[in-house]
Design a binder for this molecule. Structure first.
Ligand SMILES: [Zn+2]
Length: 218
């Protein structure tokens, strides 16, 4: 798995919507176009224009879910994926935690969505101004002793970031680590090799609402 293309495109694409190569999987490509359109709509509207009706609730309850993308993103309340991509009920399979890490439980949920719901695209969505990344940079998981779980989590973020010092660089490294984590799954590797799954990394700008995205195959 190479991160070179990923890093350079994120730098080049900063400030615009999406900047990416087309994925090898047509269904993933369609999902990326849908996310692109959704983010453009989000930037143009002050409300979510997606389907949030009684009818769609009833339909999805009776017929099951058929989301078009998995989104792994930070739990930060300023990063609401359904709004950012103007998605309605049953459209996005969202997995969140502080710092958008790909842990074993996250990978299990991704495998479920991809292998059993046949979702063709996985997007890891990092964001600027991430508190988990900032904490990893400054405290390295050495916080108050009674917050053992949080300290362990932040130490994990710090390990993924490695030896970088600026927040912007660290946010990119954190995203790269999460993408690399997807490669731990043989099932995901197989599906991407077969052209049945696309994997993308994106960076959300808190101030503007725009997402800069690059696909990366695992
Ligand atoms: Zn965050």
């Amino acid at each position: 798995m190479t991160n070179h293309l990923f890093s350079s495109a994120l730098t080049v694409g900063a400030g615009c919507a999406f900047s990416l190569e087309p994925p090898p999987c047509p269904a993933a490509e369609a999902a990326l176009r849908r996310l692109t359109a959704g983010n453009a709509s989000y930037l143009a509207h002050e409300h979510n224009t997606a389907k949030l009706t009684d009818l769609i609730r009833l339909q999805t309850a009776q017929e099951g879910q058929h989301p078009y993308a998995v989104v792994v993103c930070c739990a930060d309340s300023r990063v609401p994926p359904e709004h950012i991509f103007q998605a309605g009920i049953g459209e996005l399979f969202v997995i969140r935690n502080a710092g958008n890490l790909v842990t074993g439980s996250v990978l299990a949920s991704v495998e479920y969505a991809v292998c059993h719901l046949h979702v063709p695209l996985v997007l890891i969505l990092g964001h600027r101004g991430c508190g988990a990344v900032a904490s990893a940079l400054t405290h390295h998981g050495e916080g108050a002793p009674e917050e053992a779980a949080l300290n362990e989590w932040i130490a994990r973020v710090a390990r993924g970031i490695g030896r970088v010092h600026s927040p912007r660089e660290a946010e990119l490294k954190n995203l790269e680590s999460a993408l690399a984590g997807l490669g731990e799954s043989p099932a995901l590797r197989k599906l991407t090799a077969e052209g049945k799954l696309g994997v993308a990394g994106g960076m959300y700008e808190l101030r503007t609402g725009s997402v800069t995205l690059l696909r990366e195959q695992i």
